[in-house]
Design a protein around this ligand. Structure first.
Ligand code: AMP
Ligand code: ZN
Ligand code: FE
Ligand code: FE
Length: 280
C-alpha cells in the first residue's frame, strides 16, 4: 500500500478541486494523502469533507521561503490548520501574491501581451495566484505554445515578467509550522540547485537546528541516484523520509503525476507518530 504526501489543488495552482483529489486517490488505492497547497490550507477542510472512507488525509502546506539566494519550499504536516498565527501569516503571503500578480500583469502588458488581472483571478479561482496560473492564461491566449515556454521566456527568475514576492526565511517557516503543532520537511532538495553537496548537507544540518524534521526523498524531480542519496542522508541525519507526486492535475508539467510517485505507508505513519496532533 502506498501514499502521496505532496498534492496541489485549486486552493493554490492545482487544477483539481480538493474533493476530486480524494476520489482520485481512492481509485488509485492510496492510503494516506496530504494536500500541500502553496501558502494556503483552504483545501484541507474541503478534502476532508468529501474524502471517501479508507483515505486518510494529513494536514499539509508548502510554504515559500528563502535561504541566502536560494528559493526553498518548506512542507508542513500534521499541524492544526486553524491555528490563528499560521492563518495570519498565510493571509499576508496570499496578499503579497495578489500584489505581485498586479505587477506581473503590468509587466506582461508592457511586453505586448493583452492580459487582464480578472482573467488571472478567474484562472486562479481566487486570489492565491501563482506563476502557473499566468502560464496557463498565456498558453490559452496563444502567446506561448507550452507552459514550459512561458516559464523559460517570461516567468522564471531572471526573465522579464519575473517579480519577487514576499517569502519567509527558512527559519521562520519551520518555526511557524512547529508552533501550529506540525512537522517541517524540506521539499524537493534536489531541485533547489545547491552549488555543491557539501553546501547542501551543511544547509540541511542548519535547517535541522531550526527544527526541520524531514526531507523529501521521493519527488518527480529526483533522479534514481538522488533518491537513494536522500534516502541515505535521511537515515544518517535522523530525518524522516517523505515524498509524493507534487501533482498539479493536468496543468503542471503537462502530465498527471498522482499515483506515479508514492511512498510506503510506514513513512506517513512515522510522520504522524511524531506530530503533536495525531491525524486530523
Ligand atoms: P510561484 O508559486 O508563483 O512561485 O510559482 C511556482 C510554481 O510554478 C511551482 O510550484 C510550479 O507549480 C510551477 N512551475 C514552476 N516552473 C514550472 C515549469 N517549468 N513548468 C510548469 N510549472 C512550473
Ligand atoms: Zn505549484
Ligand atoms: Fe515546491
Ligand atoms: Fe509543490
Amino acid at each position: 500500500m502506498s501514499s502521496d504526501l505532496h498534492i496541489h489543488t485549486t486552493a493554490s495552482d492545482g487544477k483539481w478541486e480538493p474533493k476530486r483529489i480524494g476520489e482520485i486517490a481512492y481509485r488509485l488505492g492510496l492510503s494516506y494523502i496530504s494536500i500541500t497547497d502553496h501558502d494556503s490550507t483552504e483545501g484541507i477542510a474541503l478534502a476532508l469533507k468529501g474524502a471517501p472512507h479508507g483515505i486518510s488525509i494529513i494536514s499539509g502546506i508548502e510554504l515559500g521561503a528563502y535561504f541566502e539566494h536560494y528559493d526553498i519550499h518548506i512542507l508542513g504536516y500534521g499541524f492544526d490548520y486553524q491555528d490563528q498565527k499560521l492563518q495570519n501569516q498565510l493571509a499576508k503571503m496570499r496578499d503579497a501574491r495578489f500584489y505581485r500578480a498586479q505587477k506581473m500583469v503590468e509587466r506582461l502588458n508592457e511586453l505586448g501581451m493583452e492580459i487582464d488581472l480578472t482573467e488571472i483571478v478567474a484562472e486562479a479561482k481566487g486570489e492565491n495566484i501563482g506563476r502557473l496560473h499566468f502560464a496557463n492564461v498565456m498558453m490559452a491566449r496563444g502567446y506561448v505554445k507550452t507552459r514550459q515556454e512561458a516559464f523559460e521566456k517570461f516567468l522564471n527568475k531572471g526573465q522579464p515578467a519575473y517579480i519577487e514576492r514576499f517569502k519567509l526565511t527558512v527559519e521562520k517557516a519551520i518555526k511557524l509550522i512547529y508552533s501550529a503543532g506540525g512537522l517541517a520537511v524540506l521539499a524537493h532538495p534536489g531541485a533547489i540547485g545547491f552549488r555543491s553537496l557539501e553546501e547542501e548537507i551543511a544547509s540541511i544540518r542548519l535547517f535541522q537546528s531550526f527544527g526541520l524534521k524531514g526531507i523529501e526523498v521521493i519527488h518527480p524531480e529526483h533522479s534514481e541516484e538522488r533518491t537513494s542519496f536522500y534516502s541515505n542522508l535521511a537515515s544518517e541525519l535522523n530525518l524522516l523520509p517523505t515524498g509524493g507526486s507534487d501533482c498539479h492535475g493536468p496543468s503542471g508539467k503537462d502530465t498527471i503525476m498522482i499515483g506515479k510517485w508514492t511512498i510506503p505507508d510506514e513513512w506517513a505513519e512515522q510522520l504522524l507518530k511524531q506530530s503533536h496532533i495525531l491525524g486530523i
